[in-house]
Each structure stands twice: as structure tokens, then as C-alpha cells.
Design a binder for this molecule. Sequence first.
Ligand SMILES: C[S@@+](CC[C@H](N)C(=O)[O-])C[C@H]1O[C@@H](n2cnc3c(N)ncnc32)[C@H](O)[C@@H]1O
Length: 270
Amino acid sequence: MAEQVVSGRPAISYVFGTSFAREQERLSVGERLWDPGTRSRLAALGIGLGTRCLEVGAGHGSIAGWLAEQGACVTAVDIDISRALWLRQHGIALHEADILRDGLPGAGYDVVHARLVVQHLADRESAVRRMVAALRPGGHLVLEDTDTATTLATADGVLRPRVRDAAYAVMAESGYHPRCGLLDVDLALAAGLLDVRAEGRAEVVTGGTPQGRWFALWLEHLRPAMVGRGLVSDAEVAAALADLADPGVRWLSQVMIAVTGRKGGDEQAA
Ligand SMILES: C[S@@+](CC[C@H](N)C(=O)[O-])C[C@H]1O[C@@H](n2cnc3c(N)ncnc32)[C@H](O)[C@@H]1O
């Protein structure tokens, strides 16, 4: 895992990844939570036969796989491709790279998509600029990152707010930004994109489902750090995990904000 210096102190560039034994499972249940919304937003761009797509921070790779199923010509990149090797059997070009250190593979893409990636990066501006540079003139960038305003909200308030806040406090140490979905709008505008649009979606999640498991794995991964720093007790985390496994408990996800913008420069050709 790459190390970077944020505000004079070393920080891991990504809070999950190889340090979490159940990262494969976490990525898979996250896909079940977020893929339907992502697919409909990408489909609206007219993905079809031969569309050149770059999936950045592909994770387990479901979106790269879905793009290929639509007939797109897909390249995927991640700092750790061990969970996405299956993509190669579907004709997808898979590259292992740290997008901040190594850059992005290829250029001239019709669509570049990154979900739940920019919010973890120390240098978000540079990452977005690189994604825009990888687009052809007229191509589209789609950034999806979360806003945590609604995370674990229930009809009665917030489920285990101390645990929720402790988890975000630990994540912030590695450069994670809790309102990155909103920041992405400014990043897209600053990178010179045109027709920038943004909208958010929050999912209603039920305890004990695969989607609910995504939240449980999030807390399980951060549990040692949250408890070790004295932010919450182990019993508080255990109580939160019991809630998240209870089919009678329902909560709101984060708001997933999808920002779409078009790279200029193709006006004369149009
Ligand atoms: C939260 S996961 C999201 C995975 C996938 N985009 C999804 O939504 O299911 C973040 C992904 O970004 C990758 N990642 C984090 N930092 C990266 C970097 N600097 N360069 C390339 N990939 C990175 C991680 O390895 C991980 O697969």
C-alpha cells in the first residue's frame, strides 16, 4: 500500500485494502448496494458497442464487467488488482497502478468512471485532472462519492451515532473526506469540465441483508482502531453490529453523489 504525506504526517493512501482480510467480501456486498444506481447513470450516457471506458479504482470489478457486457471496450485500473483478475477472462485490460503515483493507462476514452475512490485520495485535484486528461474531447467523466450526512439515519435518529462518528474520525486520518460527493462538483468544474451535473441517491438498507453487511464490515474493519484510540468501547461496536444484523432495523445509506461532466474541445467536430 502506498504511503503519502498529508499535512506533514505519513498516512496510508487507502484505509481498507490489503490490511482487511474480508475486503473481497466488503467490495462484493458494496457492489450489491450501489451497482443498480451506477448502472442506470452510466447507461444514460449511451454505453454500447465499442464505447471506450476506463474504470478507475475498479475494486472487485462488477462495473467494469457490466460495461464489457454492454459491448464497451473496457480498461480497468486499481492499486490492487488481486480481486479483479476475473475481468481478464472477459477481454478487459486490467492494470495495477497507483493512480496518483503512476498515472492512468491509455487515453482518448469516451467515458471515465470512478466510484468510492476520489474520497479516499490525498490529492483529489490531481486525480480528477488525470481522469479528465484521459478523456477524448467530448468524453464524459462520472465521479461517484458519498456524502455522509445521512449515514445510519433511522426513523428515530441516528443508529449508534458515537460509533458512526468514531468510524469517520478514524477514516479521516488517512485522508478520507466525509463530504467528498459534494466536493466532486468543484473538482469537476476546476478541471474544466462542461455541463457539470450532480445528483444524489440514498438507499434504504435493512439489517441482515448483504447490503447491510457492507456497513457491518465497515465497522468490523475499523473496530480495532476505534476502540484502540478510546473513541468508543468494544461493547458499543458490538451493539452496533447486532443492530446491523437485525432484520427489524432499517437505516439510510450515505448519499451517493454522481457528478457527470463533459470534456470540451469537440465543438467544431459536432
Ligand atoms: C471503496 S473501493 C471502491 C471499489 C469500486 N470502485 C466500487 O465502487 O465497488 C476503493 C478502490 O479504490 C482503489 N484505490 C484506492 N487508492 C487507489 C489509488 N491511489 N490508485 C488506484 N486505486 C486506488 C482501492 O484498491 C479500491 O479497490
